[in-house]
Design a protein around this ligand. Structure first.
Ligand code: MLT
Length: 419
């Protein structure tokens, strides 16, 4: 390749002096130039003005607002508005947003028939993604993402309104309990708790400690730039698929144990350690042993080479929520023991392995009475405004259809010889 009078040899490896010396923008037009980057570790697949994250410093902000401030002072709906529309809402805008969501919390009665078709042991994430997909069938106007702004906004509001109902009804269905219709004088988080835990003809008291804790957890999970599920939402949407179909794709990606499913895996790991006598040192040694299959779940993160700022906030919340609810969970002590042992161990220090968002979140969810297989559902509820914001940004920026190239490593051309 000749550029600016200089010649470069293939392959140009990302991060070498060779690559730094050339103007990358010119390379876009150089046919045949493909960088192998499985997992997009270094490839900026998009530009975005939604979430900033500095993995070296452990800094995270939404639209410029530090995550610590939002988790402490904002409500989940305020943060959702900020992510989706770009600015914090005024009091009027927030109440309008909340009222519009409230109007759409109910599901079409036919949804009950679909629920009945799932086996009672179906994983709620499978149910959630199927039902979000099926919203396209109930609201065909949303199929065309170029529909006018009003239709698009109604689609956004419907999705925000219906996801908690779908999640709560899939839980009720799996428990064999009657479905609870939304109670629209309640706020977003309380309404979800009501649909999950209330029973007909029985008083259900919503604990403000639980509401506050869920509010914080949802905010902390609301966006995280181009993670696996978010880039899935963007890439599905880049084909001009509807918002519902794109978000259903994101839910499926989130379900994986390396992504949102990790907090379920963390609790299962902590339980296994507890049942094996709770010897933290033994498991730290296992995690370091290359010949051992044991993996310390909830530790390390592709982009954080420092503390995941969300993990810090959740750890603090964990202590306070469990104390306020009077819950003693032995796995919290095991988690803290693992963290302390790892942070004082050169193996983990050298590799910059710190607890991530999933390490403590499951412990709070459990204290709030949520079943383990619902942890990822909670992540999805939190991540929804981020997915919506990212989908909307991608469409507004007129991004081209996502279409990764490949580095072909198969056979050279061969002649077909009939048998
Ligand atoms: C997330 O919040 O999406 C997870 O930390 C995963 C990621 O960012 O890659």
């Amino acid at each position: 390749l000749i550029l600016d009078g200089k010649s470069y040899k293939f392959p140009i490896v990302v991060g070498t002096e060779n690559e730094k010396a050339i103007d990358i923008s010119n390379l876009r037009s150089a046919t045949g130039f493909i960088t192998l980057d499985t997992g997009y570790k270094n490839t900026g697949a998009t530009k975005s003005s939604i979430t900033f994250l500095d993995g070296e410093l452990g800094v995270l902000s939404y639209r410029g607002y530090p995550i610590e401030q939002l988790a402490e002072k904002a409500s989940f709906l305020e943060v959702a508005y900020l992510l989706i529309y770009g600015e914090l809402p005024t009091a009027d805008q927030l109440s309008n947003f909340s009222n519009r969501i409230t109007k759409h919390t109910n599901l079409h009665e036919n949804f009950k028939k679909i629920f009945d078709g799932f086996p009672s042991n179906a994983h709620p994430m499978g149910v959630l993604s199927s039902l979000v997909s099926s919203l396209t069938a109930f609201y065909p106007g949303a199929i065309d993402p170029d529909a006018n702004a009003e239709v698009l906004d109604l689609t956004i509001v419907r999705l925000m309104a219906k996801l908690p109902t779908i999640a709560a009804w899939s839980y009720k269905n799996s428990k064999g309990q009657p479905l609870m219709y939304p109670k629209n004088n309640l706020d977003y988080v309380s309404n979800f708790l009501y649909m999950m835990f209330a029973l007909p003809n029985q008083d259900y008291v919503i604990d403000p400690v639980v509401v506050e804790a869920l509010n914080v957890l949802l905010i902390l999970h609301a966006d995280h730039e181009q993670n696996c599920s978010t880039s899935t939402v963007r890439i599905v949407g880049s084909a001009h698929a509807s918002l519902y179909s794109s978000v259903a794709g994101g839910i499926n990606a989130l379900w994986g144990p390396l992504h949102g499913g990790a907090n379920q895996a963390v609790i299962e790991m902590l339980e296994a350690i507890k049942n094996d006598g709770g010897d933290v040192k033994k498991y730290i040694a296992k995690a370091k042993d290359k010949n051992d299959n044991f993996r310390l779940m909830g530790f390390g993160h592709r982009v954080y080479k420092n503390f995941d700022p969300r993990a810090k906030i959740i750890k603090k919340a964990c202590d306070s929520v469990l104390a306020k609810l009077g819950v003693k969970d032995p796995v919290l002590e095991i988690a803290k023991g693992l963290e302390e042992a790892a942070l004082n161990d050169d193996y983990f220090k050298e590799r910059k392995l710190y607890p991530n968002v999933d390490f403590y979140s499951g412990i709070i969810y459990r204290a709030l009475g949520l079943r383990t297989d619902l942890f990822t559902v909670m992540f999805a509820l939190g991540r929804l405004p981020g997915w919506i914001a990212q989908w909307k940004e991608m469409r507004e920026d007129n991004e081209p259809i996502g279409r990764p190239r490949q580095v072909y490593i198969g056979s050279n051309t061969r002649d077909f010889v009939p048998i």
